[in-house]
Design a protein around this ligand. Sequence first.
Ligand SMILES: [Mn+2]
Length: 323
Amino acid sequence: MNNKDFILSFEEAKRQLLGANKIVIVSHRSPDPDTVGASIALNRALTKLGKTVTACAVDKLADFLNFFEEAKNFEQELPSSGFDLLVILDCGSIEQTGLQKEFSVLKAKQVRSISIDHHSTNSKFADLNIVQPDSAATCEILYDFLCLVGWSIDEVQATALLLGIYYDTGRFMHSNTSAKNLQIAADLLNLGADFEFVVKSLYKTKPYEQLKLWGLIWNRARINDKNIVVSAVTDDDLKSCGAKKEHLSGAIDYMNSIAGTKFCMLLTDDQTGVKASVRTQRDDIDLSKFSLIFGGGGHKKASGFTIPGKIYKEIEVKWRISV
Ligand SMILES: [Mn+2]
């Protein structure tokens, strides 16, 4: 989409949002701070306009997000009826919402949908698709949207948007960090964003169980003959550490810091099989294409996919007698 198309799609989204009364905002499975931050910012904008808003994510939100009133009211199921517009945030495909069945029913009932997203592999599944792969975060697109349509950003919205941008840029360390999103971050601070909360909750508060789990991941990491760092965590490992799924978040960035390797892969148990998350620091590797081969998607330097099966530990025992 070029700039003109963007402005047109923003205006079309504004028109549809203003025309609707009851709006449902959907975040992706394993909701991260970007999909939740964007939901909170849009939720507040629409509530201020007198709309009835329901926020929805199939999986539970991380506890720290309860800092936001809106996060406490997330539903884990779509309301069965009674709404006229669906907004899906930060989802490259409808599968990422975990609501594909419900979505096809709604499509048949001609409930309109808007998708706002930044994944380059976005499948354009909605009626109106605002997809900007150049943006580091959906929260970055949402900031542009709120500015363009002239809806004010309060302190809570500023904090929520900054949370998403800070998270998706890996605290402004990933390659998607740009002059533009640093400028947006500065603007959000001027609007009253609570930077201390963002930094503290994303990077300075780690439960003991999480560090135990990360220790297990490092301990198990191997560099294979293709120069790829691989580690795996099963649901049983989570249990043995007393950790939760959400505690995996961020671990892979440390795997990706091992010097001289091509990319890294973290395998975890998932409801539908084995989930693989991949990251690279290299410019000559496109991991979105790599993940697409296995039916997944994402960005050039960060992507993922799920394949059927289960992870099993293979213990290789070698004996040697030395004299
Ligand atoms: Mn995102």
